[in-house]
Design a protein around this ligand. Structure first.
Ligand code: DHB
Ligand code: FE
Length: 279
């Protein structure tokens, strides 16, 4: 059976894409952020995953407010990004892992998750930037399956539901016939608020407690409803639900392989974690 080799969770600020395009990795503002990825690159070179299941939130590129699925899974042969207005370049297309897409869709619907299935799907910065950070050459050595969770338009799925989705994704991947190595990527957060009276809001104490909880008490964040999450993490900080779903794929016990936390990148507390199942 396929095996989940680890879960990688990261923020996905568009400014990262501009920094990559301009080769600013050694710039004093960017260096502490990009340096945080070196251990991940070592781990990827050692682990050589075949597939990335990318749990992310679309921000209006593929889904707009008129049609907003709570959970959507891509089932396309390739995925491209497109102009979102941030001035980010188009990246080489991402090859889809169609067989895992359909296995995931059948497993999740079989477990009573009501999904939207997307045989055509454009992917936004929340998907492309973490991949570009993982693979600086942009010669994608792995195939992808996008899993999209709505954090843009209320009502949002609860933290409890996102955790359950992650557990179900874990079961689905672990029952996929073959010997593929799968990395789960969760992108979003950490605390940030881009608009309104609290624009610029960052909650370091909450972010650090959340990151710690993923290792030691993974269901900790499920105590918060959407309103409480917004209070604690900001309107866009709810994107940390992607981290929660990615963590839940690993089962009960994990070991932390790497972690970086850096404030701010743009308006966002930028975090990075790499975890693997500890049985
Ligand atoms: C920023 C952060 C995000 O998560 C996002 O999707 C867009 C912008 C930011 O901090 O600039
Ligand atoms: Fe975002």
């Amino acid at each position: 059976m396929a095996r989940i080799v680890g879960a990688l969770t990261t923020s996905h600020v568009p400014a990262i894409g501009r920094a990559i395009a301009k080769n600013l990795q050694q710039d004093p503002y960017w260096k502490p952020f990009f340096d945080g990825w070196a251990p991940v690159h070592h781990w990827l070179a050692e682990t050589r995953p075949d597939v990335a299941v990318v749990i992310y939130n679309d921000h209006g590129l593929n889904f707009f407010l008129d049609k907003m699925p709570t959970f959507a899974v891509g089932a396309a042969a390739t995925y491209r990004n497109a102009d979102e207005g941030w001035g980010l370049p188009e990246l080489p297309p991402f090859p889809g892992e169609l067989d895992l897409s359909w296995h995931l869709i059948e497993s999740l619907v079989g477990e009573d998750f009501d999904l939207t299935t997307c045989q055509e799907m454009v992917v936004d910065h929340a998907f492309t930037l973490p991949l570009a950070l993982m693979v600086p050459s942009q010669a994608w050595p792995l195939k992808v399956v996008p899993v999209c969770i709505n954090t843009v338009q209320l009502p949002l799925p609860s933290a409890r539901r996102c955790y359950a989705l992650g557990e179900a994704i874990g079961r689905a991947v672990n029952s996929w016939p073959g010997d593929q190595r799968v990395v789960i990527v969760g992108t979003g957060g950490l605390s940030h608020q881009l608009d309104g009276e609290r624009a610029g809001f960052i909650n370091k104490d909450f972010d650090l407690a959340f990151m710690r909880s993923l290792v030691h008490e993974p269901r900790w964040a499920t105590q918060f409803d959407t309103r409480a999450l917004v209070e604690q993490a900001g309107t866009q900080g709810v994107e940390l639900l992607m981290w929660l779903a990615a963590r839940a794929t690993l089962g009960e016990r994990v070991q932390q392989l790497h972690r970086n936390y850096h404030i701010p990148i743009s308006n966002t507390a930028s975090g990075l974690m790499l975890m693997a199942s500890a049985g």
